[in-house]
Design a protein around this ligand. Sequence first.
Ligand SMILES: *Cc1c(COP(=O)(O)O)cnc(C)c1O
Length: 391
Amino acid sequence: MKLIQTPQDLAINGATPAFEQPLHVGRPNIGSRDAFLKFAEQILDRHWLSNNGPMVQEFEQRVADYHDVKHCVAMCNGTVALEIAIRALGLEGEVIIPSYTFIATAHALHWQAITPVFADINPATHTLDPEAVRCMITPRTTGIIGVRLWGRSVPVEALQTIADEHGLKLMFDSAHAFGCSYKGTMVGNFGACEVLSFHATKFFNTFEGGAVLTNDDKLAETMRLMRNFGFSGMDNVIHPGTNGKMIEIAAAMGIVNLDAITGMVEANRSNYLVYREELSGLPGIRLLSYDESERNNYQYVVIEISEECPATRDQIIQSLHAENILARRYFWPGCHNMKPYRELYPHAGLVLPNTKQVADRVVLLPTGTTVDAGTIQTVTSVIRVFVEDKA
Ligand SMILES: *Cc1c(COP(=O)(O)O)cnc(C)c1O
């Protein structure tokens, strides 16, 4: 790691990069290797690799307990979990979602011939604006999927009121929100159900994986059937289905990571606090704050670069990349600007001004258990020196 103090120290000006190895956003958080390898031995000894094995059953129980929710239905990934939840809820026609989300939220609908309709977000929170949702309701609308982007809060009550008024189903894409709370209640307890992702880059991973959390017994039962081809017993298929099963080795990783979760939250939180301290006072750079009265996983360090900043967002990303700091735009330029949806709705952007503003401003900075305070000080000094040099 190299000290960056003057513009001449910046790699973008020809100096050597601050980091020899690239520093990525979304490097996996991994618990005890020994514990994981011991579980792997047990799985091999049992010869039970998939199909609702003991690891998956224990994992589901522990994730449900952690979120204080009745059911956790574990799946092979978050996208299939979304698809199954959407289908189990009987959504069809049109479903309202934000455009500012990972593309899987839109694809999970489109994949099953449901039209995603994009509503704008609140620029302060980056999550759905209830009034914008209200404007997008048509006679074909059957549901709303709120996305807990960056694990931040979604206006649950306002969305539930709209859903109730119009007879719509409400569910949440909570892929970013493992271990987070809303007004003191854990994620998983809102709407009809909430979907988690355990992809390697998420706060909490099972290599690949996902789950649906719900308090609805019947919905959980339906989703359990659907993730296993609709099988009820050995030779009896009683429901349409797909293959959404989580495998044993993934559940083992999940259990190991659950055992390490307190340390992961602490590492992320202390990183967030260092970023907050180091970035304060820089003109036009806002760090998206966490509400410390809630449970948070602190996985996403999100900054917004506004016009008041002497450097543009993309210039700042370039200066970081030159130092081998692979900071990233995220969810830019919004789902509605990606080919499949741009062709469907060429004019969607007209009602998504906040989506555009946020997508054009956001940068994600590296954090996680593999990043320490010294590393963050180097990252922030690159930004500071670059921005001050432009001023
Ligand atoms: C990661 C993610 C998904 C998809 O989860 P996978 O496990 O990668 O399939 C869905 N929605 C959002 C918001 C995500 O970030």
